[in-house]
Structures are given as structure tokens and as C-alpha cells.
Design a protein around this ligand. Structure first.
Ligand SMILES: NC(=O)c1ccc[n+]([C@@H]2O[C@H](COP(=O)([O-])OP(=O)(O)OC[C@H]3O[C@@H](n4cnc5c(N)ncnc54)[C@H](OP(=O)(O)O)[C@@H]3O)[C@@H](O)[C@H]2O)c1
Length: 363
């Protein structure tokens, strides 16, 4: 039976269309969207199907993912509207994710044992074809690359997001006060460190006390606030009485409004994401005080990663190659079967959540 199978390779998860593959020889398990989540996603919103997989054709390879990412943006791909820069996932669609996979059979330019990094199906095994993405060809790392897991986070897509937020757009300066919301997460924790490297004073937010302790004790932020605090604006005024020069917005809702209220004249807001709103009926709701930006001459810079790869990926990699001391922990969930649970846990399902980048280890 012919089924839809995602094409491997960076870009496939963001914008590239899914390729249809008719397969005969073997089957692999792959996670699909079972139904559109209502509110916070639940594991029952996902279903695992066995799908056929053809042997690699000339120019192709078989990959076995060892690691697959879970990311908040995936929730936006399940929204019924908006977020048009991404291919929307409808019930029945195969899922894809940033991942790190081994080449296990090759009839193309890849060697068996090499690592391949990029967007790939959330499947136990997949095919890699000649790249159709002119912006970011698949990244191939030799089999002996030490710690290839770095490409899951600091040198991968979340690292690139933080780099764009800080090095391209936010450009923190020495002596500035920078607010980073969702600071204990993947993008936020790297954004904090970019600001600190520039000599800025950083205030960050996280949703529980253990994560706030990590922010102060491990990352050394000046203050860590609770982004669920209903009076976050007052807490922010206490720890940043002179105001905020730059805000990296990852959460939305009350934090976003507090940041705008605290912005100094000419201050900057880099809008990276609104994860606190993704499960709400109005995920793209604007802050009520947006017009204050006009009053203080503030700058709002929204951005999404897709479209930045060809111009900036190489520079990002050069920067990261020289940054050995970056703190970039992985929050590891074990087992392909637990991919949905790992994803749902991004949105605070009550389960324990580590700091940094959440990833699923398959092997
Ligand atoms: N612009 C782009 O192209 C781009 C690319 C990647 C990511 N992003 C955005 O960047 C942001 C951070 O992503 P990430 O990859 O760092 O994800 P992440 O590691 O999961 O971090 C996100 C954090 O958001 C917090 N959070 C989750 N649900 C929340 C809720 N309902 N209310 C408030 N906080 C909540 C959690 O922190 P606590 O547990 O501490 O509450 C979580 O650690 C997201 O908004 C994401 O969409 C944008």
C-alpha cells in the first residue's frame, strides 16, 4: 500500500513538500498526527503507523535516527490557521523533526556510519535523497565526529534561532539590561549566554523554582522571575528599575506585556515565539499595550528561522565552533515510543522537565 512518507533533509520539516513513496520491501514505524490537539496536546493526539520503506535507490541512503527533537513550533503546525511559513499538519500526516541519524546503507555520496543532521521523519528509519533544499543541504558529519549531539542544539536549529535573535537582530551591548523569557529552555538559555558574552546584565524567566535556580546558579543571570506570576510587571520593575533595553520574547501573554511596559526609550524587542499562547484559542494574540512601542520609539523585530539559512548558517557555525564553553544541556527522553510524551511535556504537563533542549534518544 502506498503511504505518505516525509522526505529527509533539512528544510523538509519547515517548508518543503512531503514526497510520496511507494514501498515494498520493509516497514518502519512512524509517528503521525491522529487528531488536531485542542488546548494542550496529549499523547492520544498522535498515532504510530507501520509504513513501507523502499530500499535506497541510486543517489539515496537509508538513515537510522538516533536522536529526534521535540519543539514548541510543532504545535503551531497543528493550528488550523496562521503560521503559513510552515507546512500545516492535518490529522493523518506524518510528522518530521530535527534529528541526528546514522547512514546505515548508501547508494549516494554518503558513507555508511556517517552522521546526517537535519529535518527528517519521526520514524525509526527513513530515506535520504539528493537534497532539494538550495538553502541548507543536509549536514553530514564523519562517523568519528566527537559529540555529534551538539548538532541537536547549540550547533543545530535552536542554536541558530538564538544566534539570529541575538547576533543578527537583538545585538545586546555592554551595560544593557536584557530580558529573556523562557530562559531555561533551549533558545532562551543560549540567548542569555550571548547577552552575557556581550557584557549585558540579564534577567530571565522560567516556570518553576528548580529552573529558576539553574538560571541564577548555573547561568548566572541577575534575577530569575516566574513567567506565570500574575504580577510579573511589578517583579520586573523590582529587578530592573531602570528598565529593559532589549527583550527576547519567547512566551507572550503577561511577560510580553511586562517587557513592553519596561522598555526604555528606543528599546528593542525581538519576537522569537509565543509558546505560552500556542495552546490557547487565540495563539497569535497581540499584547494589549503594543502601542506603547510608538510612545517610546521602541523597535519590534519578529523573525522566523526559515529564510535565514543561506545567508547566515555558515557564519553561525563559525561562531559556534569557537565557543567551547557554551552551556547547552540536553533534556533527554528515552525511547521512540515516548516521542509524543516528550513533545506534550514541552507545555507543562506536570511531569519533570529538565533544562535546555528536550530531545528523544532512539538508540
Ligand atoms: N522564530 C523562530 O523561528 C523560532 C525557532 C525556534 C523556537 N522559537 C520559539 O522560541 C521559543 C522557545 O523555544 P525553545 O525551542 O527554546 O523551546 P523549549 O526548550 O521547550 O523552551 C520553551 C519554554 O517555554 C516554557 N513554556 C512552555 N509552555 C509554557 C506556557 N504555557 N506558558 C509559559 N511558558 C511556557 C517552558 O519553560 P518553563 O518550564 O520554565 O515554563 C519551556 O521550557 C518558543 O516560543 C518557540 O516557538 C522560534
Amino acid at each position: 500500500m502506498a503511504r505518505q512518507v516525509s522526505r529527509c533533509g533539512p528544510g523538509a520539516g519547515h517548508a518543503a513538500p512531503l514526497a510520496v513513496t511507494t514501498c515494498r520491501d520493509t516497514t518502519v514505524r512512524a509517528w503521525h498526527l491522529a487528531r488536531t490537539p485542542r488546548g494542550r496536546p496529549e499523547p492520544e493526539d498522535f498515532v504510530c503507523h507501520s509504513i513501507p520503506l523502499e530500499p535506497p535507490a541510486p543517489g539515496e541512503a537509508w538513515l537510522e535516527p538516533h536522536w529526534l527533537s521535540v519543539d514548541p513550533y510543532m504545535r503551531t503546525r497543528m493550528q488550523p490557521a496562521g503560521y503559513d511559513y510552515l507546512t500545516r499538519w492535518r490529522p493523518g500526516d506524518a510528522l518530521s523533526a530535527w534529528g541526528l541519524a546514522r547512514v546505515v546503507a548508501s547508494r549516494g555520496p554518503w558513507r555508511e556510519g556517517d552522521w546526517v543532521v537535519g529535518h527528517m521523519p519521526v520514524a525509526e528509519r527513513c530515506r535520504l535523497g539528493p537534497s532539494e533544499s538550495p538553502q541548507l543541504p543536509p549536514l553530514v558529519l564523519p562517523a568519528a565526529t566527537p559529540f555529534p549531539e551538539r548538532w541537536l542544539h547549540a550547533r543545530g536549529m535552536t542554536g541558530f534561532t538564538a544566534w539570529l535573535a541575538m547576533r543578527l537582530y537583538g545585538r545586546p551591548r555592554a551595560g544593557e539590561t536584557v530580558l529573556v523569557s523562557a530562559g531555561a529552555g533551549a533558545v532562551g538559555s543560549l540567548a542569555i549566554q550571548w547577552a552575557q558574552r556581550a557584557g549585558a546584565r540579564v534577567v530571565a524567566t522560567a516556570g518553576d523554582s528548580a529552573r529558576r535556580d539553574w538560571l541564577t546558579e548555573r547561568l548566572g543571570v541577575a534575577a530569575a522571575l516566574d513567567h506565570h506570576d500574575s504580577d510579573i510587571a511589578s517583579r520586573l520593575a523590582e529587578v530592573a528599575p531602570e528598565g529593559i533595553d532589549l527583550s527576547i520574547e519567547n512566551v507572550g501573554a503577561g511577560v510580553f506585556e511586562a517587557a513592553i511596559d519596561a522598555l526604555v526609550p528606543g528599546g528593542r524587542v525581538v519576537l522569537c515565539g509565543l509558546v505560552g499562547q500556542y495552546n490557547s484559542p487565540e495563539p497569535r494574540r497581540s499584547p494589549r499595550n503594543l502601542s506603547r512601542l510608538t510612545a517610546v520609539g521602541g523597535h519590534l523585530q519578529p523573525f522566523v528561522v526559515p529564510g535565514h539559512e543561506s545567508a547566515h548558517w555558515a557564519r553561525f557555525q563559525q561562531d559556534m565552533a569557537q565557543w567551547d564553553a557554551v552551556v547547552a544541556p540536553l533534556d533527554v527522553v528515552d525511547g521512540f515510543d515516548d516521542w509524543p510524551r516528550a513533545f506534550c511535556g514541552l507545555f507543562g504537563d506536570g511531569g519533570a522537565r529538565g533544562v535546555g533542549k528536550r530531545v528523544v534518544r532512539l538508540r
